[in-house]
Design a protein around this ligand. Structure first.
Ligand SMILES: *Cc1c(COP(=O)(O)O)cnc(C)c1O
Length: 381
């Protein structure tokens, strides 16, 4: 079964021959007797399990070639639950940077309350990982394709280090998505995604998922979901399942249009640099295409004119709405000069790039309209 066929049919529960699966909008599932209630049942309470979220979990596990998946009320609920599941007081984490803002906040400050420390290093040079290894290092945490500067790094090399030192390896694959990268196939132990982006694709819900072995997901559900909660509501699971039906088709269109926009930006006199490793000519192009099976719709670029040019460009766009998040049907623009975790990159090469950077999420509008829009906004500079 290939991807679109799997998303159309796998894990579906058919009742009355209905093509669209039912929505179990339940908080609880009751029993008929004392003894029946005392016995094991797949569904008792929706925080722990619900047939609608189960169906989504089956599809998401299959999408990543994983054994099992657990969905959450947001991507950050998935990230934080995965961290809390594996880490305990005294543990050390090695995390790639720049990393998603919420994850950075959790690993740089919040987890320190519980005695967990973290080093953030540039994974483009794997010696940086070896340089901060400690006897108490427990986890390697990374993103396969970073959300602002769009860096990639050698996944195989990073996994080899994790294996050699017995570290649990966790990757946030929200950006690359399972349409272009399947990190479990590369040897990662755990994959997390925000469902709010490409996977659901319609900007109508927030959600997250952890994909891993059956054993990890069973424990994480029994322990962390039991005490922390954070389960995805069934209606949102139903919407996410509906969104997934077109996932492969959407990703093709996002990627195709993004390549055209990136090519337009590349070489434009006002553009200093295009951060899109899928574009031929990018310094990391060879590495990117050796690891990713196709392009996504997320890219960024840097304007020579700095913040004043960024402001003018952003305000001149017509079809691109200004917003955080990305991965929906609608094109979006964001600039790190509007707001970003600058402390994370203080003293690094990224610091001077923050004022110049514009990020575009290429939506599903006709590419010609998007190209014309970008072209006219650049012409204003
Ligand atoms: C959006 C995002 C998250 C957080 O997901 P939410 O659903 O917004 O909580 C985590 N990681 C990455 C890379 C993201 O882009």
């Amino acid at each position: 079964m290939r991807m679109q066929t799997m998303l159309a049919h796998f894990g579906e529960e058919t009742v009355h021959g209905a093509v669209v699966p039912p929505l179990y909008l339940n908080s609880l599932f009751t029993a008929n007797s004392f003894d029946e209630m005392k016995s094991e049942a797949p569904y008792r309470y929706s925080r722990m399990g619900n047939p609608t979220t189960d169906m989504l979990e089956k599809k998401l596990a299959a999408l990543d070639n994983g054994e099992a998946a657990k969905v959450f009320a947001s991507g950050m609920a998935a990230v934080s639950t995965a961290l809390l599941h594996f880490l305990k007081q005294g543990d050390h984490v090695i995390c790639s940077y720049p990393i998603y803002g919420g994850t950075y906040a959790m690993l740089s400050g919040w987890m320190a309350r519980y005695g967990v420390t973290c080093d953030f290093v540039d994974f483009r040079d794997l010696d940086n990982i070896r340089g901060v290894l400690k006897p108490n290092t427990r986890m390697l945490y990374t993103e396969g394709y970073s959300t602002m500067f769009m860096d990639v790094f050698d996944l195989r090399g990073a996994i080899a280090i994790a294996r050699e030192h017995g570290l649990v390896s966790v990757i946030d694959n929200t950006c690359a998505t399972p349409a272009t990268l399947k990190p479990l196939d590369w040897g990662f132990d755990v994959v997390v995604h925000s469902l709010s982006k490409y996977l659901s694709g319609h900007s109508d819900l927030t959600g997250g998922v952890v994909v891993s072995s059956q054993d990890t997901i069973r424990k994480l559900t029994a322990i962390e979901i039991g005490v922390i909660g954070g389960a995805l509501p069934p209606f949102d699971a139903w919407l996410a399942t509906r969104g997934l039906r077109t996932f492969g088709l959407r990703m093709k269109q996002h990627g195709e249009s993004a390549l055209r926009v990136a090519a337009l930006l590349d070489g434009h006199p006002q553009v200093e640099r295009v951060n899109y490793p899928l574009l031929p000519g990018h310094p990391q192009h060879e590495l990117a295409v050796s690891q990713m099976s196709g392009p996504t719709g997320l890219l960024s670029f840097e304007l020579r004119g700095g913040e004043p040019a960024v402001r003018k460009f952003v305000d001149s766009l017509h079809w691109f709405k200004i917003g955080v998040s990305w991965g929906g049907f609608e094109s979006l623009v964001y600039a790190t000069a509007i707001g970003w975790q600058r402390d994370e990159v203080a003293g690094t090469e990224y610091e001077s790039r923050v004022d110049k950077l514009v990020r575009l999420s290429i939506g599903l509008e006709d590419a010609e309209d998007l190209l014309e829009d970008v072209e006219q906004a650049l012409a204003q500079l």
